[in-house]
Design a protein around this ligand. Structure first.
Ligand code: ADP
Ligand code: ZN
Length: 762
């Protein structure tokens, strides 16, 4: 195409070389740019390019290059950036994802781009969203190294710290600080005494998991494990694309099946992506993978620095590493010759992204694997109804691991009917006499207990006893929760609004302010006074994020904790062998959420938390406290009857035409102005109804709304929605597209998000 590009639009040739570029702005389609002669050959799909949008310079990603008639407004590309090129297979996957979720391609591509390095960042004047690099330089960390000096008399914690350093040879200061409170001051003293030195060493590629691991050997599989491994190995070999549901009870050895299957994929020179729920990405799990595969595993966790992330990305892209493990975004890892995608705990809601591009990594994992003729494994002890339905309709093959691997029985589950069973010595009914005695027994036997309560904070609501007024967030239709930390403050869990606990009611002025309900903070307090000798730890979002979760779990594993209190965080796949008692404080809380999946979630939580009990040598006991002991989710969970639950719940869903027997899409609308939000939603609903009316015979497309969202206002924005439901994916898509098109008519002050296959309905 020599000479095809000219400045002046008037002598623009009929044909020119054009690059379709995805831009980091919410445009539904890529924009076309002219490829200047000088850049020909360099502009290929997946490359990042610098281009102009209006007066701005932005970095985009080339989706494809073609010869065609240039649009009259087409501008030339400015330059091509070296370094990052997205592979073709990833680009076509992202394009499909964008189309399925009706999400702007630029936003979708952003999910897959690594942070760029600094030199490149400098090349770009207006560095927009496509590069998130901030100061990526090699990082130095401080190591503490013991000397040969013999110690004088040391006081306080110093002897322990010194012994620890000597036992490890040398170790990062940060790890000492993790281990000992006040380690920094102690190290300073040891250094003054000449007992240790401090060295600056380059940070390892991945400082979080830098502890060395010993290689392990594969375990001799049980018969069901062997059968599952064989089926998966054969499917890998066939290269036809296949989906499996690995349904194994908690502790049945699913991880061993994953490890062997990954090894098999490696043998066939194919790469693996393994997705785990955010919270499950702990050094314990990662340690098991590193013990098997050494450093040939890229762990993509949130504690990585941009440089570490970029390094990992390049090594994966180059094929130096062929296994990537991470939370949902690891689905976009640039693995070479992808052959296997594993989704562990596939029922976990964290695979759904609830902002920006609202994709479901579990569903997209199936697509990504199939695009490569690869195998997708969805593993769970409590399969989602969607995945179970795939198995029942022949779209997935079910593999079962019916028993715990190390021949321990499942824990016994007892339902505690709070209508009949009274309070224990604390006088608080939520610590029933049965649960209280069970905790005593557990402590007496020097075993550990987990108590699960799905509310963080101290008291979930604050009410005036004079007039009944409930303290609520000024910005959201949400009750404020009292948190004791930092002197006691009322907090909104939706917008982080914080206010001191008032001494008087705002409305009637009386001073009888009552704290209602029970949160994890208060439960911890109650337990401390009821069991003064017990060592109690709490695990919820207020005390723990990322690394801290592992610290708490390490203390539990080291038996420095007798009772662990926590929210969902305690229900995930942790292997804590000395836990013999699990108490569910209030099983009804999860059932009361206005969502058709409430029973499913409650069931999954109950089975998962029960699965934490009795994983070691001593048998486990689970107590489930409830005011609704006949609810099917509670009954089936108590009987470990996953099959029974699935059967019953599928029947209910079919009767009501809920997913998986239909598909849903949600248009979420919000605005600072209530009326504007409602009217906008009305316009969208009308567009969808027009589609519904135009349909002939066949499956029905239901359009519900506009209705206010269950939480009608968040951060001062009024929220409305239109819900679409149909058994036909095509119908649903038509209606969603109509809504998408109709958003163009709305004022700019209205925000619309289209949520295809929504998971959280709040
Ligand atoms: P799951 O992921 O299904 O909850 P895990 O993979 O964590 O189960 O396994 C539970 C426990 O059983 C682990 O301690 C694991 O080492 C052990 N285990 C798994 N497979 C075997 C096997 N074939 N033989 C002996 N122990 C096993
Ligand atoms: Zn709020």
């Amino acid at each position: 195409m020599a000479g095809a590009f000219r400045e002046a639009p008037s002598d623009r040739p009929a044909e020119a070389r054009l690059a379709d570029v995805a831009l980091p702005i919410p445009l539904p389609r890529p924009l076309s740019y002219l490829v200047p002669d000088a850049l020909e050959g360099q502009v290929v799909a997946g490359r990042r390019v610098l281009c102009t949008v209006g007066a701005r310079r932005v970095v985009g990603v080339v989706l494809g290059v073609r010869v065609g008639e240039p649009p009259s407004a087409a501008k030339p590309l400015i330059s091509v950036l070296e370094g990052v090129t997205l592979p073709d297979d990833l680009l076509s996957f992202l394009t499909k994802l964008s189309s399925y979720y009706l999400a702007p391609i630029g936003e979708v591509i952003k999910l897959a781009l690594p942070p760029v390095d600094r030199e490149e960042a400098r090349a770009v004047e207006d560095l927009t969203l496509f590069s998130s690099a901030k100061g990526i330089a090699p990082r130095k960390i401080q190591w503490v190294v013991p000397t040969d000096v013999v110690e004088a008399s040391l006081k306080g914690g110093a002897p322990r710290v010194l012994a620890y350093v000597r036992a490890h040879g040398a170790l990062p200061l940060s790890r000492l600080e993790d281990q000992f409170g006040g380690a920094r001051a102690t190290v300073k003293r040891l250094r003054e005494l000449g007992l240790v030195t401090i060295e600056d060493r380059e940070a390892p590629r991945d400082a979080y998991f830098a502890a060395p691991v010993e290689r392990d050997v594969a375990l001799e599989p049980t018969e069901p494990q062997k059968a599952a491994m064989t089926a998966l190995a054969e499917a890998l070999e066939r290269r036809e694309g296949a989906t499996f549901l690995l349904h194994g009870v908690t502790g049945s050895g699913k991880t061993e099946v994953y490890l062997r299957t990954i090894a098999e994929a490696k043998r066939l020179r194919r790469g693996t992506i393994m997705l785990v729920p955010e919270i499950a990405l702990t050094p314990q799990l990662v340690g098991r993978f590193r013990a098997r595969f050494g450093d040939d595993v890229a762990v993509l966790h949130s504690a990585l620095t941009p440089r570490e992330r970029f390094d990992m990305w390049k090594r994966l892209r180059a094929g130096e590493v062929d296994v990537a493990i991470g939370a949902r975004s690891a689905l976009f890892a640039p693995i070479r010759d992808l052959g296997l995608v594993i989704v562990d705990e596939e029922h976990d809601p964290s695979f759904k992204q609830e902002e920006g591009v609202r994709y479901n990594a579990r569903d997209m994992a199936i697509l990504r694997a199939h695009m490569h003729g690869g195998v997708c494994v969805l593993g769970s002890a409590t399969p989602s109804l969607e995945t179970e339905h795939l198995a029942r309709t022949g779209k997935a093959v079910k593999l079962r691991l019916p028993d715990r691997a190390r021949a321990r029985s499942m824990p016994s589950v007892e339902i505690v009917d709070l209508r009949r069973i009274g309070a224990g010595p604390t006088g608080d009914r939520r610590l029933s006499i049965v649960l209280h005695r069970a905790i005593e027994q557990t402590l007496g036997a020097k075993e550990q207990a987990i108590l699960f309560l799905n509310r963080r904070g101290f008291a979930p609501s604050i009410r005036c006893e004079g007039c009944g007024e409930l303290a609520s967030c000024p910005h959201c239709t949400v009750a404020l929760t009292l948190h004791k930390k930092r002197g006691g403050s009322m907090r909104c869990h939706w917008c982080d609004h914080e206010a001191p606990l008032p001494t008087q009611c705002k409305k009637c002025g009386c001073d009888r302010i009552a704290l209602e309900g029970l949160g994890t903070e208060k439960l911890e307090d109650t337990l401390k006074s009821a069991f003064p000798d017990a060592r109690i730890a709490r695990l919820d979002r207020d005390v723990a994020s990322g690394k801290d979760v592992e610290k708490v779990l390490d203390r539990v594993r080291a038996r420095e904790v007798d009772i662990l209190v926590g929210t969902q965080m305690v229900t995930k796949g942790h292997d804590l062998p000395h836990v013999t008692l699990v108490g569910v404080i209030n099983a009804d809380a999860a059932l009361s959420i206005p969502d058709f999946r409430a029973s499913e979630r409650a069931f999954q939580l109950l089975v998962q938390v029960a699965g934490r009990a009795g994983r070691g040598d001593a048998p486990g006991r689970v107590l489930v406290q409830t005011y609704d002991p006949d609810h099917h989710a509670i009954r089936f969970a108590a009987d470990h009857d996953v099959g029974g639950f699935l059967e019953r719940e599928l029947r209910d869903r079919r009767e009501l035409s809920y997913p998986p027997f239909s598909r849903m899409a949600l248009a979420r609308v919000d605005s600072l102005d209530e009326r504007e939000a409602q009217e906008a939603t009305q316009i969208l609903a009308r567009a969808a109804r027009a589609v519904a009316r135009g349909l002939g015979e066949g499956p029905v497309l239901t359009v519900l709304g506009p209705t206010p969202a269950p939480i009608a206002r968040v951060r001062n924005r009024y929220r409305f929605r239109v819900m679409l439901r149909s058994a036909s994916r095509e119908q649903l898509r038509q209606a969603a597209l109509a809504i998408h098109a109709a958003t163009a008519q709305l004022p700019r002050t209205v925000r619309v998000a289209i949520d295809v296959d929504p998971v959280g309905l709040l």
